[in-house]
Design a protein around this ligand. Sequence first.
Ligand SMILES: [Zn+2]
Length: 338
Amino acid sequence: MRKTLILILICGLASVLFACDRDKSATDSAGQKPPAAAPADTTLPALSLPPDSGPPPTFDGDRALQYVKEIVKFGPRPIGSPNHKKVEDYLDSHLKGDQVEDVAFTADTPEGKFPVHNIIAKFPGTKDGIIVIASHYDTNYPLRNTSYVGANDGGSSSALLLEIANQLRGKPREGYSVWLVWDDAEEGVKPDTEVAFMDDSLYGIRHLAEKWQADGTLKKIKAFLLADMIGDADLNIDRDLNSTPWLESVVYESATRLGYQSHFYGHINQVSDDHLPFVQRGVPSADLIDFSYGYNNVFWHTPQDTVDKLSPKSLQISGAVILETVRLLDNMNPLPPK
Ligand SMILES: [Zn+2]
């Protein structure tokens, strides 16, 4: 994922007065907002939500962390690499017996053509409609010849989805169908500075959004939940201004019901990530991302993005909140308008 319109805007306005680092969240609820910036509407809508029902969702953070370790053990997994294929096979091996679809195509990138595989595991429910939970699994292409393994960026959320699959498998779903999407080629092939973000990134998920729009699937999607960089031991999930406000409210309510709200929305950000093709098509979408990975996001897209920065507790918090969000959505009748 990359940076945001609001950060660039604020940096531009404030740069005369003081140094403004584009890698720093400029609108921070801790109170460091530059006075010259145009105010963004960051309020969360109040919703009438169903009461708590049943015990909290279970999610095994230790097992999820073990999956992260196994994924990063393959080494860097940029598109087109043998390691990438090994991780595809690894994901498939964990989904044996599930209803799996591989949406494959060839991406035309500034570095040439690459095979791209979106892996989708479908868990049918009793309600008419689909909740998508997505994570990319590729690693940054420009870092392909380094030791970069993306433990948090791509690794943590891919492992998270494998553990969510464990929790969904073999149980009847009294709710919407849940589709888990391991999307591919999220990372651009050129450095951030060289090619416009939407022209060189999100290859897999853009293809999926276009395909689902063409075949009518998109109309059935009630919510698109994205997980990215959610394993940081110091977990602070951003309030994302590109996400759908009412869905952000549901996520926050889910976190609050589980007692994890202190890990949510301490920072306000505006994130360009895999949810954008769905946001642009009117699908309610929320990006669960912690884009403060080390002081000043120093570990992001560096070989320092390694497993020792993660914790099973953060994976458990993220996983449980996503599952609680699904449960709330299942019981909201009707869902707010898009
Ligand atoms: Zn990345």
